[in-house]
Design a protein around this ligand. Structure first.
Ligand code: ADP
Ligand code: MG
Length: 251
């Protein structure tokens, strides 16, 4: 679904990412860990194609097609969706209009809104005056409506209280069809038959691992991937010994 080869990214002339290699197969969900400023957001913004993130070396492939230099709207149309770490407020457009743009008239807006406890927000301007948890739910609402094949989530649980983490975790698990609670109830055949999106989730707190059956974890340190492996083991190691240990240890 996603393949990144030897990616090097500069912002404003400064090296931010170096020699990033990553592969996410169809139906897989991966977690991305790393200290503040290590380049996690930069990686997601580069995959999505935001301007200012200059790819100076390497390639990005999505569904076997090279997308390194194509515009963001084409990437979105091909099936990549991103939820921001810090989404903007948008004046002059309400949530219902935004969701209609995202889902191109498909899917029931009101049913989705109720699932995310956002029914009362449909006629409000996007994110304007929303609380931290409401903003994160608004982001997931837009992703749910877009229904992409690759879902990029930048710290979906940051600034969210525990009660809302439960709601958000459940929705992300469902979006990725990797809900820890219901996943085990399905047979392998059923999982294969369904259209299961791929996911790359940046998580700082690791809470998301309680809700989503994540296949692989990666650690980004100082712009380079220093570890790839079992996400729960990696997270346990980070909690116990800190990120520095990731440089020393190899799974
Ligand atoms: P993370 O998400 O891991 O916290 P970021 O990808 O946001 O890290 O940032 C990585 C580095 O890139 C940081 O040092 C940050 O200051 C720098 N950076 C990000 N955006 C810009 C920018 N527009 N101009 C200059 N430096 C930037
Ligand atoms: Mg970030």
């Amino acid at each position: 679904m996603l393949k990144i080869e030897g990616l090097k990214v500069k912002i404003a002339g400064k090296d931010i990412l170096n020699n990033i290699n990553m592969e996410i197969k169809a139906g897989e969900s991966h977690a991305l860990f790393g200290p503040n400023g290590s380049g996690k957001t930069t990686l997601l913004m580069t995959i999505m194609g935001f301007s200012g993130y200059n790819v100076v070396e390497g390639k990005i492939f999505f569904k076997k097609r090279e997308i390194t230099r194509i515009p963001m709207n084409e990437r979105a149309n091909l099936g990549i969706g991103l939820s921001f770490q810090r989404p903007p407020n948008i004046r002059g457009i309400n949530m219902r209009q935004m969701i209609e743009i995202c889902n191109k008239g498909k899917g029931n807006i009101e049913v989705m809104a109720r699932e995310l406890n956002l029914y009362e927000f449909l006629d409000r301007e996007i994110n304007f005056g929303f609380s931290g948890g409401e903003i994160k739910r608004s982001e997931l609402f837009q992703i749910m409506a877009q229904n992409p094949d690759l879902i990029l989530l930048d710290e979906p649980e940051s600034g969210v209280d525990l009660e809302n983490i439960y709601l958000i975790g459940g929705v992300i698990g469902k979006l990725l069809k990797r809900n820890l609670e219901s996943h085990e109830l399905k047979s392998h055949k059923e999982i294969k038959r369904e259209r299961i999106p791929a996911g790359l989730i940046i998580t700082h707190t690791g809470y998301i691992l309680d809700y989503v059956d994540v296949d692989q974890g990666h650690v980004l340190f100082n712009g380079e991937l220093c570890c790839t492996g079992n996400p729960r083991e990696i997270f346990k190691c980070i909690k116990e010994f800190g990120y520095k240990e990731c440089l020393r240890c190899s799974f």
